[in-house]
Structures are given as C-alpha cells and as structure tokens.
Design a protein around this ligand. Structure first.
Ligand code: COA
Length: 277
C-alpha cells in the first residue's frame, strides 16, 4: 500500500454473501491539501484494479486525510477533501508530456468501478478533487466544504472529466458557470443544486458516510452492480435505447438466485440472504 493512499477495510455486519467489506480510501497528503500528485494517482489506479478483482469489496468510500495540528510558527491548514491536481507537476510540461498522464487517469478508473462508490467530503473539493467526487456515484459533504473547478484561473480547463460529468449532473447552465467563472460553490448551495447527496456537520461525516455505505453494502452485490450499469446507461444513450437496456438488465435478473431470494424474503417477511449471483 502506498503511504499517499491509505486503505482500510471495514467488515459489513451480517454480510450476505459472507466476507463483504467497505473499503475506505484516504488520500493522505494533508500538508498539500491532499493534492493529487503522480504518486496518489498511481495509488488510486492500483486500488481500483485491486478492488475490481476482489469480490468482497462491496462499496468504496473515498475521502481526504484530515489536517493535523498546525506546526510551530505555521498557520493551521484548512480542511480539504482534495484541492486539485498537484499544480507543481504542471510547470514546464507540454501536451506530449501531459497527455499520457491524463489518458491513464484515476478519474476514469474510479468512474469505471463496478461497485457503488461514495465520496466523503470535508473541506475543499477543487479541480481534480471535485472531479474525484464527480467520479463517485454519490457525494456526502460537511457543511463547511467548498466545490469548484478553478482551472480557468490557471489558464486551463478541467481535465479529469469535469466538463462532462458536471454538465450531466447539474445541467448545462450551472456547469458552464462553474467552469467559466472558477468560483467556489459552498456546500449548502452544492446540496441545493444536486452536486451533493447528503450534508452533515464535520463531526458526523464518518457516521453519515458509513450509514450510507452499509445500506449499499447490504444489497445483493450482483443486483447493485446491475443497478449502477442501468442508471449509467442513461448518460450514454437516448431514452429509447436506455429503456431497452434497462428492460434487458431487468429481465436478466429473473435468471439470478438473488431475485428469487429477494422476492421470497419479502413474501416470508425475512431478511434476504443474498448469494451474489
Ligand atoms: N497543488 C499543489 N499544492 C497545493 C494545491 C494544489 N492543487 N492546493 C494547495 N496546495 C498546497 C499549497 O501550495 C500549500 O503548500 P505549502 O504549505 O507547502 O506552501 C498547502 O497546500 C496549503 O495551501 P494554501 O494555499 O496555503 O492554503 P489556503 O488556505 O491559503 O488556500 C486553497 C486554500 C484551496 C484556496 C488554495 O490552496 C488553492 O487555491 N489551491 C489550488 C486550487 C486549484 O486551483 N485546484 C485546481 C488544480 S488543477
């Protein structure tokens, strides 16, 4: 495990099938507001590959390390989820050097995970940090958090899918405003416009996140992946094709054990014991 990405596995209570875990990935560069340098990006890419090949991983939670106490003579660092790509790594690079880095990027690796993903956000989620949050399926934020795509102020635009995912999540007008002004959106406003699913106090973030993660982790691990695929289809297809994709996925579930387990558990007023197939 890389020191710049800490991975913790929390067992899912009463997990069916047995062995389920929620993985918490903590981006660990608090002194640089968890900015994504190449080491963090490589660690995120590796974590995605490992999670994808591990059937026990039911949910991935991504968060930033909390700032420690201020060092002597220094001011306290602010809370940050991730304050963007590491800007120092942009200096002097031309397109031929940056393209390979951005083609093999962590944002797509996270986006392409088949299990549910939750961003647990306290503080700044800027640039590549807001894009990590956007690559997750859901976002929980503390009310002191701030979102933004300030790349315009660096003579850049978002490069981790921000222009595309923001537009799909918030609509054209709000995405255009964020990308073109680079202004920050405070958490309460982010919640109001649908950028954030749930808001909480900083001291409640862990519990609020785990509560949601455990709800997701206790669904059939097979069915929830199908649900994720089906909702995603709405982003890539027109309505007619999307509805057909949903119907195909829905019908295919009738050949799974978990559909029979789920409907019988409902009828018998029991808790379903999923098989995951
Ligand atoms: N890349 C590299 N280092 C970063 C960084 C980034 N994206 N964001 C913050 N840091 C570093 C700072 O250089 C500073 O390092 P130092 O203490 O060694 O000098 C440390 O993190 C703390 O940041 P600082 O700017 O001193 O905190 P602040 O409270 O004054 O401001 C922000 C906080 C988030 C407003 C400010 O850091 C900022 O604007 N960051 C860049 C945001 C951005 O443009 N992101 C998009 C990148 S593509």
């Amino acid at each position: 495990m890389s020191a710049s990405l800490l991975i913790e596995r929390i067992e899912v209570e009463d997990s069916s099938p047995a062995g389920g875990v929620v993985e918490i990935w903590t981006i660990n560069r608090a002194d640089k507001l968890n900015a994504l340098n190449s080491e963090v990006v490589a660690a995120l890419n590796n974590a995605c590959s490992a999670a994808e090949s591990d059937n026990d991983v039911r949910v991935v939670v991504i968060r930033g390390a909390a700032a420690g106490p201020a060092l002597e003579g220094k001011r306290q660092k602010p809370a940050a989820f991730v304050a963007g790509a590491d800007i120092t790594e942009f200096v002097g690079k031309d397109s031929s050097e940056i393209r390979p880095i951005f083609e093999n990027n962590a944002w797509e690796a996270i986006w392409n995970l088949s299990m549910p993903t939750v961003a647990s956000i306290d503080g700044f989620a800027l640039g590549g940090g807001s894009e990590i949050a956007l690559s997750c399926d859901m976002r929980i934020a503390t009310n002191r958090s701030n979102f933004g795509t300030p790349e315009i102020n660096l003579g850049l635009i978002p490069g981790g899918g921000g222009t595309q995912r923001l537009t799909r999540l918030l609509g054209y007008g709000k995405a255009m405003e964020m990308v073109m002004t680079g202004e920050m959106v405070p958490a309460v406003e982010a919640y109001r416009i649908g950028l954030v699913n749930r808001l909480c106090e900083p001291e409640e973030l862990y519990d609020t996140t785990m509560e949601l993660a455990m709800v997701l982790a206790n669904k059939s691990p097979h069915t929830i992946k199908v649900a994720k695929r089906a909702v995603r289809a709405a982003l890539d297809h027109g309505l007619e094709d999307g509805v057909k994709i949903e119907r195909d996925e829905f019908c295919a579930l009738f050949d799974t054990d978990d559909k029979e387990i789920g409907v019988n558990a409902f009828i018998n007023r029991e808790k379903p014991e999923w098989k995951g197939c």
